[in-house]
Design a protein. Structure first.
Length: 189
């Protein structure tokens, strides 16, 4: 009888841990902490205004990527608003020349909060749009990249954009800064 009770408690503990992990990843719990924002002034002559929106994810890698993207835009002369996906600034997209949004990618799809944000996004026709997803890996998975691209295309399907949104996966480690710079360059073309 005691062994049966111990086994039951162990199984119950495993179920609770799995449920908690599922809630963290699938429920996108960490996006609710992304309520802050900051404005970064341009370096040199003003080239326009940019909005960089992020869901930090579990590791915070997406917030770091967003900060790197914002810094790159700032160095190119943009006044940048760096905003958490749950901030009020993230919802005000009028007047921006560039809008970049992103967060963690789980199994080939960007986080629920970024997915919802993209579906509701109504940018000006002339705005350049970029979407990034952090992978947590130093290697890119072509199936995940293809799935991510399809998701972004579907999410922005109702938007009337002058050019398609640019997508970029941001790998972890040393490749992250290069991936961020590649996204900014592609969006500004």
């Amino acid at each position: 009888m005691n062994w049966l009770m111990i086994i039951g408690l162990v199984v119950l503990g495993i179920v609770v841990v799995i449920a908690a992990m599922g809630l963290i990843f699938c429920g996108d719990v960490f996006s609710y902490t992304a309520t802050g924002s900051q404005v970064l002034g341009p370096v040199g002559a003003s080239a326009g205004k940019a909005l960089v929106v992020y869901d930090p994810g579990v590791s915070g890698a997406a917030k770091s990527a967003a900060a790197s993207i914002a810094g790159d835009l700032q160095s190119k002369g943009y006044t940048v608003t760096l905003a958490g996906v749950k901030s009020s600034e993230a919802d005000h997209v009028s007047g921006y020349n560039v809008i970049i949004a992103g967060g963690p990618m789980y199994f080939g799809t960007v986080s629920n909060s970024v997915d919802t944000y993209l579906k509701a996004l109504t940018p000006q026709n002339s705005a350049a749009i970029g979407v990034f997803a952090t992978t947590g890996s130093q290697q890119s998975n072509s199936n995940d990249i293809a799935s991510f691209g399809k998701q972004v295309t579907a999410d922005l399907g109702n938007s009337t954009l002058n050019k398609p949104a640019v997508t970029q996966t941001i790998r972890s480690g040393d490749a992250a800064d290069t991936d961020c710079a590649d996204l900014v360059s592609a969006v500004l073309q």
